[in-house]
Design a protein around this ligand. Structure first.
Ligand code: SF4
Length: 382
């Protein structure tokens, strides 16, 4: 009879968890820092390559642990520098990670779930339903893969990834523990050393978890608003029926206050033709947000088959932006990047071909709400 041992994946362990792991196997805690540097700074997944670790410990680690990120199905690079990875997670689903360079900034948009249960009416991810939560290793693994692809070594090199937005596929607050652990690793100097201002979590409004978030971490927050009143938001973002706007905005304000410094909430608003792009909607939005320090990010809808929605005209987008701007808001309109590799800042749909099985079509869907503009907001917050 054979017995199989489930190996501990060290990739997703925070510093504290890594120290506990080494404690649990009778090793000194400082080994955590040594191994984390190999994993996150140098992208090493082979214990034998960790040359400042004794041979005996390396052999021990090989028997009980591993460093395993998601499987890279494809990596594409756009002529404008945008990169897109399709990765397969343990559940068998594929999710996307997209990198958008902009000046000195490089923003990585990371997925938290395969599929999504929240069923926002304009979102193809929602139409697919929920498939699985990504593990902490699969969330941070997207940063690990991207960082390795750039050859970035945080201690010595210019960082390619300066900002991370949890805005890919899924609702990050519904995969709370794994996302929080991964965000700690993004910010940890033994991980990727990214400023807390430059790590942004985007939520559709899971109110209790917004309050919970403030007890665990102090990253930047973005709210997917998409409608200026409850009646319309109930249709577009059904979780609004459970956590209506007043409750939601109060929780966002509590979170922002908990940060204890001058940082502003990012509001994401997908513009849907004749649905939420009218003058009266802008008027309602001005009233709704008048007392909330925020930046507004308008996202012209990118149509996908059977969505039932259309993108507003450029004139309508400009009119809506001007109205908010004249009311004193800082408003940006998302720009499109990476179209030639199907990584344009489409709000939600990325249909990707699996490079290892070209005849088979994988649908990996994401909510890429506004990486460029969020990056800009994060930089402006600094
Ligand atoms: S918009 Fe976001 S929260 Fe809503 S269904 Fe899509 S992925 Fe889920």
């Amino acid at each position: 009879m054979t017995t199989s041992t489930v190996k501990t994946n060290l990739l997703g362990l925070t510093q504290l968890e890594m120290e506990k792991f080494f404690d649990s196997i009778g090793e000194k805690r400082f080994r955590a820092g040594q191994v984390m540097k190999w994993i996150h700074h140098l992208g090493v997944d082979d214990f034998d390559a960790m040359t400042n670790v004794s041979k005996a410990l390396r052999d021990k680690l090989k028997a009980i642990a591993e460093v395993r990120g998601p499987e890279v199905v494809s990596e594409d690079i756009s002529t404008d520098g945008t990169r897109k990875w399709v990765v397969r997670v343990a559940s068998g689903s594929c999710v996307e990670t997209v990198y958008i360079p902009q000046g000195k900034r490089g923003t990585l948009c990371v997925s938290s779930q395969a599929g999504c249960a929240l069923d926002c009416s304009f979102c193809s991810t929602g139409k697919q339903g929920f498939n699985s939560n990504l593990t902490a290793a699969e969330v941070i693994g997207q940063v690990w893969i991207a960082n390795k692809s750039f050859g970035s070594i945080p201690a010595t090199a210019d960082r390619a990834i300066t900002n991370v937005v949890m805005m890919g596929m899924g609702e990050p607050l519904l995969n709370f523990d794994n996302v929080v652990a991964a965000m700690h690793l993004m910010m940890d100097d033994l991980g990727y050393g990214i400023s807390k201002r430059r790590v942004t979590l985007s939520t559709s409004g899971v109110v209790p978890m917004i309050d919970e978030l403030s007890k665990h971490i102090d990253v930047s927050l973005a709210l997917s608003l998409h409608a200026p009143n409850d009646a319309l938001r109930n249709q577009l973002v059904p979780i609004n029926k459970k956590y209506p706007l007043k409750m939601l905005l109060e929780s966002c304000q509590r979170y922002m206050s908990s940060l204890g410094e001058k940082r502003v909430l990012t509001i994401e608003y997908t513009l849907l033709k004749d649905i939420n792009d009218k003058t009266e909607h802008a008027v309602e939005m001005i009233e709704l947000l008048k007392n909330i320090p925020c930046k507004i990010n308008l996202i012209p809808f990118n149509p996908f088959p059977h969505s039932g929605y259309e993108r507003p005209s450029n004139n309508a987008i400009r009119r809506f932006q001007d109205q908010l701007h004249h009311a004193g808001f800082n408003v940006t309109v998302r720009t499109t990047r990476g179209e030639d590799i199907d990584a344009a800042c489409g709000q939600l749909v990325g249909q990707v071909l699996d490079r290892t099985r070209r005849s088979e079509r994988y649908i990996a869907v994401r909510e890429l709400s506004a990486e460029n503009d969020i990056a800009q907001n994060a930089a402006n917050n600094n």
